[in-house]
Design a protein around this ligand. Sequence first.
Ligand SMILES: NC(=O)c1ccc[n+]([C@@H]2O[C@H](COP(=O)([O-])OP(=O)(O)OC[C@H]3O[C@@H](n4cnc5c(N)ncnc54)[C@H](OP(=O)(O)O)[C@@H]3O)[C@@H](O)[C@H]2O)c1
Length: 259
Amino acid sequence: MALTYTLITGASTGIGSELARVAARNRRNLILTARSADKLEALAEELRTAHSIEVVVIPADLSQPGEVPRLWDAAVAEGRRINFLMNNAGLGAYGPVSAGKWEQEKRSIDVNITALSALCSLALPHLIETGRSRILNVASVAGFIAGPGMAVYSATKNYVLSYSIALNEELRGQGVSVTALCPGATQSEFFAVADMQSSRMAQAKLPTAREVAEYGYGAAIGQQVVAVHGLQNKMLTWLTRILPRTTIAKIAGRTMAPT
Ligand SMILES: NC(=O)c1ccc[n+]([C@@H]2O[C@H](COP(=O)([O-])OP(=O)(O)OC[C@H]3O[C@@H](n4cnc5c(N)ncnc54)[C@H](OP(=O)(O)O)[C@@H]3O)[C@@H](O)[C@H]2O)c1
């Protein structure tokens, strides 16, 4: 019988590398992807040694056209079956839209929205055929709000949240569940990549990527549709049901501001 694998995007650092570790502890074979081949190889070696699992590394730049189909073809080569897809790769650009960071904003749309949707679309016939499959899409609490200071990033995560809920509903009865993991601010490379270490948010005491990954993994296994990590973040998402979006945007803008 063919081995089954978990495909994880953005597995080189942060939440993605911790998702790989938690999946490995649960004896899952892995396919790891991100741009940093050296980090992926080091993680693969660590996990093969610690857990005697199969780990395949496929470096890819998901912001580039054609990379998602190439990744998918390489992932299912040699008869590999995938029954867990973790769309975790993502990035943001910090600052007002007027700051002119379009290249980075566009890259966040390409990775957070386009690559995630393309990978779901390519994988779904395979996941349905495999049966008892899971998709974990990493959204954010930013997906519940309009986020001044990270307007494009918040909008991409609104997309991921909405898309994941709809997809889960479409797939009812077909053996594939979809979970949108919504972390709040978390320790990772995210703030450095987004150039936002000066923000209030980045300087608060934050949960570790491991805590978030363990929570997200459990939520996906439990077929939870929307999984908001942490009590404070859950309270924030409850507030979004009560207060007008414009009021929430004012509060979010203050949290996002530099100290
Ligand atoms: N940290 C937070 O506060 C937070 C909060 C809510 C949601 N999230 C979400 O959590 C997910 C993981 O982020 P993180 O916090 O763990 O940040 P991170 O440490 O910066 O990790 C991001 C991952 O995405 C990969 N990536 C970035 N651009 C890519 C590209 N063009 N092609 C392929 N892979 C790419 C990176 O790998 P390479 O650089 O090697 O390509 C890295 O593995 C993201 O979707 C993020 O939006 C994070």
